[in-house]
Design a protein around this ligand. Structure first.
Ligand SMILES: NC(=O)c1ccc[n+]([C@@H]2O[C@H](COP(=O)([O-])OP(=O)(O)OC[C@H]3O[C@@H](n4cnc5c(N)ncnc54)[C@H](O)[C@@H]3O)[C@@H](O)[C@H]2O)c1
Length: 275
């Protein structure tokens, strides 16, 4: 059999093979916002055990420091883990994103990956929702993503990857979630806009759209039997997801295996977007 690669023909592109040992992210540097707990903490840990240096940023500085220590202890079990540094940042402030990027550059000398994970979930029906609630949802969930992408793009080289946390709520409305659903729909759309613009610089931008994931944010569902049953009725897989089950899609989107994927949202929702 010939060792010579076939030449490119009309409509065909013969490129170098995707050689990454999936998902090989060793030596990269990542920022994860909202990393003090929940999915963000899981993401930071998953990256660290795969040899990625991580700046975990959260508005709750004390919790972030504790989580960074816990992740460091967990990652010590693997050969050449990444280092985890804790930073305090409020994602509603553009300059605090820049400060986090500077921590990454000062500690690790580069910036490759950025996960806009921090988010809030205000719950109120239309007559009760306050201006503060809707402003907070848009500020944390939407401006937080935009400011994060701006800081990331300022310092990333071609090959950089950004992942935003959208939600099944971007495409499915439920009662009491007007502020949340509209903010996550904005994240989905913003992800597409950012992908179009940052593609010029070789930076990919994608999103993950989780359904019910078992974290502090959804504790009220888990603890209320009726709410839990109602939630599970809308999940074809009939259970909540775990933060660990969102890690695989995140690593894929961040890795070279997804190097031709941009402007896409991956649903990790047990099928609930269809119900
Ligand atoms: N849990 C779910 O079912 C679910 C479903 C869909 C989408 N999401 C989204 O996934 C992301 C993570 O959710 P989670 O369930 O892990 O949430 P969580 O509430 O457990 O954790 C959110 C983290 O974000 C931090 N944070 C909040 N406001 C911040 C701010 N202004 N600046 C910096 N940090 C801030 C919090 O301190 C906390 O550590 C969020 O964007 C959320 O909207 C969650």
């Amino acid at each position: 059999m010939s060792e010579t690669p076939e030449p490119a023909g009309p409509g065909r592109v013969v490129g170098t093979p995707v050689t990454a040992a999936y998902p090989d992210l060793r030596g990269k540097v990542a920022v994860v916002t909202g990393a003090a707990r929940g999915m963000g903490a899981r993401f930071a840990a998953a990256l660290a055990v795969r040899g990625v240096d991580v700046v975990g940023a959260d508005i709750d500085a004390d919790a972030m420091a504790v989580t960074a220590k816990e992740i460091t202890a967990e990652a010590a079990a693997v050969v050449r883990p990444g280092r985890v540094v804790a930073a305090r940042a409020d994602v509603t402030k553009a300059d605090e994103h820049e400060a986090v990027a500077q921590v990454a550059l000062a500690e690790f000398g580069r910036l490759d990956l950025w996960v806009n994970n921090a988010g809030i979930f205000p719950f109120a029906e239309v007559d009760a929702i306050t201006p503060e609630q809707i402003r907070a949802a848009l500020s944390v969930n939407v401006e937080g993503v935009l400011f994060g992408a701006q800081a990331a793009a300022r310092h990333m080289r071609p090959g950089g990857a950004i992942v935003n946390m959208s939600s099944v709520s971007a495409v499915r409305v439920r009662r009491g979630r007007g502020a949340y659903c509209s903010s996550k729909a904005a994240v989905a759309h913003l992800t597409e806009s950012l992908a179009v613009e940052l593609g010029d610089r070789g930076i990919r931008v994608n999103a993950i759209a989780p359904g019910y994931i078992d974290t502090e944010m959804t504790r009220w569902v888990r603890e209320d039997k009726a709410a839990l049953q109602h939630a599970l009725d809308a999940v074809p897989l009939h259970r909540l997801g775990s933060p660990e089950e969102v890690v695989g899609p995140l690593l894929f989107l961040l890795s070279d295996s997804a190097r031709y994927v941009t402007g896409h949202s991956i649903a990790v929702d047990g099928g609930s977007r269809h119900v």
